[in-house]
Design a protein around this ligand. Sequence first.
Ligand code: PEP
Length: 252
Amino acid sequence: MRKPVIAGNWKMYKLVSEAVSLVLELKPLVANANHCEVVVAPPYTSLRSVADRLEGSGIKVAGQNLCESAEFGARTGEVNGAMLRDAGCEWVIIGHSERREFSSENDALVNAKLKAAMKTGLRPIVCVGERLEEREAGRAEEVVRSQVTGSLGSLTPDEAMPIVVAYEPVWAIGTGRTATPEIAQSMHASIRRFLMEQFGNKTADLMRILYGGSVKPDNIKALMAQRDIDGALVGGASLDARSFAQIVNYPG
Ligand code: PEP
């Protein structure tokens, strides 16, 4: 049985005071959401304030990125896994398409960040997803297969099991253009097959695969009804407590 994960990625939005207001409003709205794990990923600057307000609630905090080095050292501008833990994070998002695009992150770097996250005991959400031109060229599966195998390379099945994979087609992120539940399910089934090839059936059956890309209160139910969709990574709609709560409370 795979427990769903609903995670909100706040990207580069919200000042500290706004982040605090958002979680204070969110907390009571999702207080009874025992059917899934709820995670929010504020920017670095708000992590500690948000984590303090969420203490004792079921909502967990994630970083949006981390340094591939688990050590302390001369890496100006970087934040390592221990620092994220210290700021109240249990989770971390790795390899988001915006980082792949604007910070040139490739699968090798994503793999290094994944290992650094695991070393510091953070629970990783690893993002994969094809660009529009790759889908239109009929290469979506090939691209995602190579991202999955590259990003999750050289791990044992036991190491891979707790990793959460997020399928986020780049053409659906922030565009209002959600993949249909059927398109999403088809890629999720392929991802599970890639994970089976890499880690075996038992591990792949237990690994959670989230969908991300314009998830909203009105499409979450249909997405979650798909066999291989185990939750959602939500961008825009997670910036509003009510809409994120509606997504979290999708069973009704
Ligand atoms: C995201 O940032 O991961 C995302 C899926 O954004 P949005 O929900 O706004 O498309």
